[in-house]
Design a protein around this ligand. Structure first.
Ligand SMILES: C[S@@+](CC[C@H](N)C(=O)[O-])C[C@H]1O[C@@H](n2cnc3c(N)ncnc32)[C@H](O)[C@@H]1O
Length: 303
């Protein structure tokens, strides 16, 4: 007969497949014959916490459908309800208006659309600029933007409810010269050194998705030509899941616009700030209606 002689705790680290590590803790008994038997044990998956290992939500198929609809859906496709917030439609067109309004764009101007997602604002900027660079961290979004550049159209599934989708097509208007636009993946906080300088830099709803927004803001004086224009829009949705609290541009006493002043004065002079609503359709009966804070800046000659 086997009798337990020692009951002792155990902790081990185990790898159950190529990617996942687990910690197992529990109790085992050492039997008289020298064998060990586990009498109670628990397995904990080790969460990967470094930012580079967290899969961006912007790589998911659901987000791709939402953003293609947000950027390219017609007013009727997005908002068939009479009493919905119509003023929040065509967000990207209104961002580009803010980039162009009230100043004379130099001939053959170039523009940068940081956090361009699937590219609508980049294509709209190409109506007025000879060269537009759209950069986003999401490979999935940039692949979609590049397909739109190559062929002018891209089919996608739009969520109706549950797991029911309808087929839609995103199209670039025929009067836009798509060859003026270049898309690439990149990190707003670690931009390549040879990116160059632009007459217009637009960063729509990017800041509060960055881990360290100050890194991107610090690069701006070198990205916008003196006298050029910077347009930042942000819903000010600061979340620790994207941005550690100590990096938020707002504090208990001050708002995001104060934070922007703190980081980019005196390199930029504020021209105006205003509300810029937008509407993202999640499914046929659910929307995100958000009022972004837009700020328009002119680059000083101080660098
Ligand atoms: C809220 S969406 C806004 C997208 C687009 N500007 C718009 O207005 O529809 C934020 C975008 O920023 C991108 N993004 C997040 N972190 C980034 C980073 N470090 N560098 C560049 N893009 C980033 C995401 O992939 C996503 O496309």
């Amino acid at each position: 007969m086997e009798l337990p002689c020692i009951i002792s705790p155990f902790i081990t680290g185990l790898r159950f497949n190529f990617f996942d590590w687990f910690i197992c803790i529990g109790w085992h008994v050492r039997l008289l014959n020298g064998h060990r038997r586990i009498i109670a044990g628990y397995r904990f998956k080790i969460m990967q916490t470094s930012s580079s290992n967290i899969e961006s939500p912007y790589e998911s198929a659901r987000m791709l459908g939402e953003y293609l609809s947000f950027h390219y859906g017609s007013a009727v496709e997005i908002l068939p309800y009479e009493n919905g917030p119509r003023g929040a439609l065509e967000f990207h067109g209104r961002c580009v208006e803010a980039c162009l309004e009230g100043w004379k764009l130099p001939g053959d101007a170039c523009a940068l659309d940081m956090g361009c997602s699937v590219g609508r604002a980049s294509f709209e900027l190409a109506r007025s600029c000879g060269r537009v660079v759209g950069i986003d961290y999401s490979t999935r979004f940039i692949d979609a933007a590049n397909q739109l550049k190559e062929t002018g159209a891209l089919g996608y599934g739009r969520l109706e409810e549950g797991a029911r989708f309808t087929e839609c097509v995103a199209r670039i208007p025929a009067d836009i010269d798509r060859s003026r636009v270049h898309f690439e993946t990149g990190d707003a906080m670690e931009l390549r050194v040879d990116l160059g300088r632009f007459d217009i830099v637009l960063a729509a709803n990017l800041l509060c998705r960055l881990r360290t927004p100050s890194k991107f803001l610090a690069r701006l004086p070198l990205l916008v030509k003196p006298g050029g224009r910077l347009v930042l829009t942000t819903p000010c949705t600061w979340m620790e899941e994207f941005t550690p609290r100590e990096n938020w541009l707002c504090s208990e006493m001050t708002g995001t616009l104060d934070g922007l002043h703190r980081h980019i004065d005196p390199h930029f002079k504020l021209v105006s700030s205003f509300d810029l609503p937008f509407l993202i359709r999640e499914h046929a009966r659910k929307y995100q209606w958000t009022i972004a804070l837009a700020s328009v800046w002119t680059a000083s000659c101080v660098c």
